[in-house]
Design a protein around this ligand. Structure first.
Ligand SMILES: [Zn+2]
Length: 148
């Protein structure tokens, strides 16, 4: 598994704490972690699996450290990203995407799905029903079927 030198956290370390009362200010292994971010809350609600290719997010890594100024004190918080490993041993970031483009359907609720960065890049701003008809998705579905 190819992993950068960034700090890694397991699913079991992070998932149970997402959205909990203390989620905005957890300290794990010495890192202040923001666990109430929009993406993390959606991963907890929707799961860790790409809705197109089925890739699973299997670990978290530190994305970037942010410094916030609050009451003259610098508060450091660290954002986490979810990663999967594909069958070619590539590290793929897991994202949350709009099922229908927000630009065209701003009023839609529950308009999110989990998607790996590869699939998300191919989807661009297509509505899901159009994306599902692309050759990219058809090839992905064929690859999934061939595993069975
Ligand atoms: Zn995918």
């Amino acid at each position: 598994m190819v992993v950068s030198d960034k700090k890694i956290f397991s699913i079991g370390q992070i998932f149970p704490l997402i959205g909990e009362a203390n989620g905005a200010n957890n300290i794990i292994d010495g890192y202040h972690l923001s666990l109430n971010t929009f993406n993390l809350l959606l991963f907890k609600k929707l799961g860790r699996t790409c809705c197109i290719c089925g890739l699973n997010g299997i670990f978290f890594a530190i994305n970037k450290e942010q410094s916030k100024f609050r009451k003259n004190k610098i508060k450091k918080s660290t954002r986490l990203t979810l990663w999967g490993i594909d069958n070619r041993d590539r590290k793929i970031k897991m994202t949350v995407d709009h099922i229908m483009p927000k630009s065209r359907y701003p009023e839609l609720k529950n308009n999110f799905c989990v998607m790996c960065k590869d699939c998300n890049n191919h989807k661009r701003d297509l509505p899901m029903n159009e994306f599902l008809n692309t050759n990219y998705v058809k090839n992905k579905l064929q690859q999934k079927v061939s595993y069975i």
